[in-house]
Write a protein that binds this ligand. Structure first.
Ligand SMILES: *[C@@H]1O[C@H](CO)[C@@H](O)[C@H](O)[C@H]1NC(C)=O
Length: 134
């Protein structure tokens, strides 16, 4: 009997822990499209949206993606200053993804099309767009 109780407690603790993790992930590891609304825009490297704060009020927020993305031989990766060698080509919210597109130069000068799903990295922190690498 005692061991059954212990097992139940362990399961309950596990569930609490999991929900804390899930809430944490939601709050700080991307997913801005869930609590921000259009009109979304990416002008040059500046992402803009109307984002809800904790009180539920929407306000305009923007974030310069150029501080977080870099061009690695034609691929968008973690870093900065991608627009030095990439030309921004717009964006597309698709399902729970939010792709930004750019034409990026490879090391040999060939320009290729690159994209990055920033919804894994951009979150809405109390109405303010912010970048997190999780
Ligand atoms: C975005 O987040 C993922 C994990 O969620 C991480 O692996 C990746 O490095 C991040 N991207 C950038 C450009 O920081």
């Amino acid at each position: 009997m005692a061991s059954k109780k212990m097992a139940l407690l362990a399961v309950a603790a596990g569930l609490l822990c999991m929900s804390a993790l899930l809430n944490g992930a939601e709050a700080s590891c991307g997913g801005f499209t869930a609590s921000c609304q259009g009109p979304f825009s990416v002008t040059g490297s500046i992402l803009s949206a109307d984002c809800a704060n904790d009180a539920g009020n929407f306000a305009f927020s923007s974030l310069d993606l150029n501080s977080f993305l870099s061009n690695d031989n034609g691929n968008l990766v973690e870093g900065n200053d991608y627009i030095a060698t990439c030309t921004p080509e717009g964006f597309a919210p698709i399902g729970s993804s939010f792709f930004v597109y750019a034409n990026c130069a490879q090391e040999d000068g060939t320009v290729v099309s690159a994209s990055y799903d920033i919804n894994n990295n951009v979150s809405n922190d109390n109405g303010v767009l912010s970048w997190h690498s999780c």
